[in-house]
Write a protein that binds this ligand. Structure first.
Ligand code: ARG
Length: 585
């Protein structure tokens, strides 16, 4: 029996063909197959109703006609019924569930199954992108966490992903920073934490410029020298970049992130002239009060609020470099899509940027990549306001992650006191960092979320610790029985799934592909989190009801098979989210 990875899309295709055979206009018919409420079956097609309405037919009769035209072998693998006004329900037979689980028994097989959806497409994922000379703080948490999970989802679905860190490494702030560096560098502080020292120096330069116009003038001079390519200032600026990127990488290492490119704003310095020229030539950009701007007359706000692409002093800005970046990604990477994992507060910038780029590409007959702002909300403290330290400072990301590991350590010491010290340390790291990642990913990214240590590092609820514990528990079952997860010799002997708990778990396992597809199509990892959480719950129910270590070899084999696939989906899913897993806890 041929088993397709994504069952929903194979039912979708079968329904489309059947609709054509049954005399419907297949180009106008979208089956809309979705995962169903388990009460009704595995999948449900809702698309007959709107089609029937459009064509003034009886939906139930129409649905019956389509079902009758489905291939016969589909009816041996599932029960197909027409329900209510015209929903088509599919319920997989136990043998079909088992065939699916036999076909997709390793991570590689899952990946091969999934890797058709986006095959051949190149996606640039623009995420993290912090500004240099400053330490990353809690406001910089979500973009790398969400961006990495989305990158992994896209890779899993077969896309070629280019991870690009668009750091803010250019701008007027460097004049003040260089001014202070030349006069007030604390060598000892620089040796211990160079990025913290640069951050301090910037503040020094900034307040000195505020207090004294003469200093401001000197700082501006330093900036002019840097822009003109002065050797000394360029060397200082390069040092700032190096120190910043290596400090960022320490955070990225903890989060499992490796960028393919770190092409910051400065990389586009020599590429903005072409943007000004092309946008002016094609009539999109106009001069306004000395600046070069783009209006969007069709937009309620952007018809009056211009997109400034060159400042009145002639300098490039965020918009100029971002436009040059789109051109570069299109010409150099041949990107089919570029997605921007940036705070929702930059949504005006993104909208104006995308509108401008699409019109520009249209006028110059280039194909614009698909551009999308993957927006996310703010991390809030328990008081409902943006999370800060007690003194009102921003919480540094490195401190936040260390605290997570420390807190996880308390949980581990309490629950797993018998494990050796170095293993407990390792588990604490995986649980601590994973809890922070997972708390972020399990929320719909569009909303703000409340940062709560107690909820985050807990064995109860939809948390990393709960899922990591589930993984460790399944591993321990195999350890106790001295069995290897997924052993083909054992699984060959498995009999058909039979108990309600076995069937419920098997059903849930086959929905892995759907969860991945849903999360990828919407660029929303929380769909995958929710799936994993429910899967762990179904596993618990199964494990409480059905003993695995029974004498009868065929029953034991099929239950071990369910344990092995649960482990596979949990580990693969958590891996896609960017979390590490552990085998004991
Ligand atoms: N540096 C920007 C910031 O800190 C984020 C960059 C996002 N990427 C982009 N292509 N604009 O807000």
């Amino acid at each position: 029996m041929h088993v397709s990875f994504n069952l929903a899309s194979s039912f979708d295709a079968a329904l489309k063909t059947a609709a054509g055979a049954a005399g419907l206009d297949a180009t106008d018919f979208t089956p809309e197959v979705r995962t169903a409420d388990p009460k009704h079956g595995d999948f449900q097609a809702n698309g007959v109703l709107p089609y029937a309405k459009r064509t003034k037919q009886n939906p139930h009769v129409l649905a019956e006609k389509i079902v009758a035209a489905l291939p016969a072998d589909l009816r041996t693998t599932c029960t197909i019924t027409v329900a209510g006004p015209g929903f088509i329900n599919f319920t997989l037979q136990p043998a079909a569930l088992q065939a699916w689980l036999r076909t997709f028994s390793t991570r590689a097989q899952l990946a091969t199954g999934a890797a058709t959806a986006y095959a051949g497409q190149t996606w640039v994922v623009d995420y993290s992108g912090p500004n240099t000379a400053k330490q990353m703080h809690v406001g910089h948490l979500r973009s790398p966490v969400i961006g990495e999970a989305i990158s992994r989802l896209l890779v899993f679905s077969g896309a070629t992903v280019i991870r690009d860190n668009h750091i803010g490494d250019w701008g007027t702030q460097f004049g003040k920073l260089i001014w202070a560096y030349k006069r007030q560098l604390d060598i000892a502080a620089f040796a211990t934490d160079p990025l913290a020292e640069f951050e301090r120096l910037y503040k020094v330069g900034n307040s000195a410029s505020d207090a004294d116009p003469a200093v401001l003038k000197e700082a501006q001079q330093e900036l002019v020298k840097l822009q003109a390519g002065d050797t000394e200032n360029t060397a200082i600026w390069e040092k700032i970049g190096e120190v910043s990127v290596s400090a960022f990488q320490q955070i990225y290492d903890q989060l499992g992130i490796r960028f393919d490119y770190t092409l910051g704003e400065s990389f586009y310095n020599d590429k903005v002239e072409r943007v000004y020229r092309e946008l002016t030539d094609c009539g999109l950009a106009t001069e306004s009060q000395g600046a070069l701007v783009v209006f969007h007359p069709e937009h309620p706000r952007f018809k009056e609020q211009p997109f400034i692409i060159r400042k009145s002093d002639g300098a490039a800005n965020y918009a100029s470099t971002d436009l040059a970046t789109i051109l570069y990604r299109s010409e150099h990477f041949h990107a089919d899509a570029a997605i921007y994992v940036i705070d929702a507060r930059q949504s005006d910038h993104c909208q104006q940027l995308f509108l401008t780029a699409q019109k520009w590409f249209g006028k110059t007959s280039r194909k614009s990549p698909h551009l999308e702002h993957v927006a996310f909300g703010t991390v809030l403290g328990e008081d409902g306001r943006p999370l800060k330290t007690r003194n009102g400072d921003n919480i540094k990301l490195k401190d936040l992650l260390s605290e997570a590991v420390e807190r996880a350590r308390r949980l581990v010491d309490e629950k797993s006191a018998s494990l050796p010290e170095d293993e407990r340390r390792h588990i604490s790291e995986v649980v601590g960092v994973g809890s922070v990642q997972y708390a972020d990913l399990s929320q719909n990214r569009s909303s703000d979320y409340l940062f709560s240590w107690d909820k985050m590092i807990s064995l109860e609820g939809n948390t990393a610790a709960y899922l990591l514990y589930a993984v460790a528990r399944v591993r321990s079952i195999f350890r106790k029985l001295e069995a290897v997860p997924g052993d083909p010799a054992v699984e060959a002997a498995a009999s058909a799934f039979d108990t309600p708990e076995e069937l419920a778990l098997a059903r849930k396992l086959t929905k892995f592909s759907d969860a991945v597809a849903l999360a990828t199509a919407n660029l929303r990892p929380h769909f995958l989190c929710l799936y994993l959480y429910e899967l762990a719950g179904d596993f618990s129910t199964f494990y409480a009801a059905d003993k695995v270590a029974v004498d009868e070899p065929a029953v034991r084999a099929r239950r071990l098979m369910l344990c092995a696939r649960t482990l596979l989906m949990l580990e693969t899913g958590l891996g896609i989210l960017g979390l590490r897993t552990i085998s004991r806890m």
